[in-house]
Ligand binder design. Sequence first.
Ligand SMILES: Cc1cc2nc3c(=O)[nH]c(=O)nc-3n(C[C@H](O)[C@H](O)[C@H](O)COP(=O)(O)O)c2cc1C
Length: 320
Amino acid sequence: MRIGIYDFGANGLPLVLAPMAAVSDLPFRRIAFELGASLAPTELISAEGLWRAQKRTLAYLRHDPALERPFCVQIFGARPETMAKAALAAVEHGAGIIDINMGCPVSKVVSGGAGAALMRDPERAVAIVRALRAALPEAVPVTAKFRSGWDASSLNAVEFAQRLEGAGVAAIAVHGRTRAQAYSGKADWSAIAAVKRAVSIPVIGNGDVLCQDDARRMVEQTRCDAVMIGRGAMGNPWIFRECRGGASATRAERGPMVRRHLLEHLEWFGRERVQGIHAFRTQLACYAKGLHGAAEFRRDVMRIDELDSLLAAIEGFFSE
Ligand SMILES: Cc1cc2nc3c(=O)[nH]c(=O)nc-3n(C[C@H](O)[C@H](O)[C@H](O)COP(=O)(O)O)c2cc1C
């Protein structure tokens, strides 16, 4: 797969960590890259916050230039000028690819005309891509991530993809669910296949890939150029290794990784330690999922606010 000046796939099928709010931060992207991901966009970042250079927003641009080659920044917004200024700011902070969020289902985002709302306003989506293309250096590809449509009665992914291709996007990621479905139900991979047949830019397939076999079937059924993995990587970043034919993580292997993830998370998070610990709880629960005693572990760690006790609980659980 080639996105602008960047080549992916030296290690086989390109695998992409999905952008996920409060998950795809620097510590987790680093882990994903080390375990075999080819690309890992940031979570969605507010274009308004970026171009106004808000401190909290700029913190999302911290990255690891040695591993993140290229560093891919996902932005959301509805105003072409603001989006272009935000994209430029991201490039000035090291972004090599700008991804536009056109799939976020959350009311706060769509009510402002951004995220999945852009699928109902293709003119605006095209205007945003054009504004970014005009503002950015040619070497910086613009990509977009969207869904199969707004709802079951407006499945417009194919026309939408063609319009974006015409406006200058270099690749697209398609999540086979509508905005109305949010994250429920089963992803419809036929939407990915239909888009792939209709455009010549790379298509990244997304939705419900939980193991190597799912990744293989998605490629077989859709002919997509790369596979993007979201929830399947939460608590199991080894999925990238598994998809490359490597082993699943053992319980004992998980412990040191969870410890490292927590410590890097706290360093990255940078605010009150207790807030950082609370923010890590969902991911911690994901690491334990499916293991013997996970329910008790989850219950116990929900009550721990103190780092040393939490590290001891992690060590105890994963070395059982
Ligand atoms: C916790 C969470 C946060 C997400 N945040 C984003 C986001 O910031 N940007 C985005 O484009 N999609 C976001 N998504 C959607 C995922 O990128 C992906 O499209 C979706 O989860 C389907 O893939 P999966 O079945 O592999 O999880 C999020 C999903 C989850 C579960």
